[in-house]
Design a protein around this ligand. Structure first.
Ligand code: ATP
Length: 229
């Protein structure tokens, strides 16, 4: 589903590469944690999957597309297959929970009929039934993140990318969010999640990919956050 072939990335005006010679394959339906210190390249790796940044050398392949040769007019179709969730939720503050999730379908041109069916079933999946009419500021942080996850998933993307989705949440709430991502993963969606949250990584025992100064230093099935090297 996602393949990196000897990928390096150096940002313009930067002397040090953000990623160096990364080769990595993520199969359809996998759940992968990407860990590493601040600045190790986790967000850069996720941005390359979305074609928000381009690799300096090497190939990135996502859902059968080679991103270097993907014309910009085809990038929206790529991004429709990838849901995104961030640390800071990024909800529309003046829209209700229902409207925030519905908006993701409206911009894709989905019918009112589809929206009426898909939004409630997705809000139920994330545990927000009964809160459809709330505004984001009337929700807890964990509930806001559930709205963001509903919005990312309502279109049933093949891949869900989460960049520090629990960074603003307490440990119990964080665990609930990751258990929700786990449930979404079980529907067949591939999940790649960058995180600093050692407790969560250690509890879920998923594949762990570790970056250190832009280099892939560990790729472990049923891994833990940190290991002695
Ligand atoms: N737009 C940019 N321009 C130049 N350098 C950048 C840019 N974005 C990131 N970098 C650099 O690339 C390196 C990797 O950054 P990245 O944000 O991918 O790390 P990260 O592991 O996600 O960090 P954090 O955990 O703090 O979010 C860092 O040295 C950073 O300063």
């Amino acid at each position: 589903m996602i393949r990196f072939e000897n990928v390096s990335k150096t940002y313009p005006r930067s002397s040090r590469p953000a990623l160096t010679d990364i080769s990595l394959e993520v199969e359809r339906g996998e759940f992968v944690f990407v860990v590493g210190q601040s600045g190790s390249g986790k967000s850069t790796l996720l941005r390359l999957v979305l074609k928000e940044e381009a690799a300096t050398t090497g190939n990135v392949l996502v859902a059968g597309r080679e991103l270097a040769s993907l014309p910009s007019r085809k990038v929206p179709a790529l991004r429709r297959e990838i849901g995104t969730v961030f640390q800071d939720f990024r909800l529309l503050p003046n829209k209700t929970v229902f409207q925030n999730v519905a908006f993701a379908l409206q911009v894709l041109g989905r019918s009112r009929h589809d929206i009426k069916a898909l939004v409630p079933e997705t809000l139920e999946l994330v545990g927000l039934e009964g809160k459809e009419k709330r505004l984001p500021h009337e929700l807890s942080g964990g509930e806001q993140q559930r709205v963001a996850i509903a919005r990312a998933f309502v279109n049933k993307p093949a891949i869900l990318i989460a960049d520090e989705p629990t960074g603003n949440l307490d440990p119990t709430t964080s665990l609930g969010i990751v258990r929700l991502l786990d449930r979404i993963n079980r529907t067949g969606t591939t999940i790649v999640m960058a995180t600093h949250d050692d407790e969560i990584v250690d509890q879920l025992r998923k594949r762990v990919v570790e970056l250190d100064h832009g280099t892939l230093v560990r790729d472990q099935t049923r891994g833990v956050y940190g290991v002695q090297r």
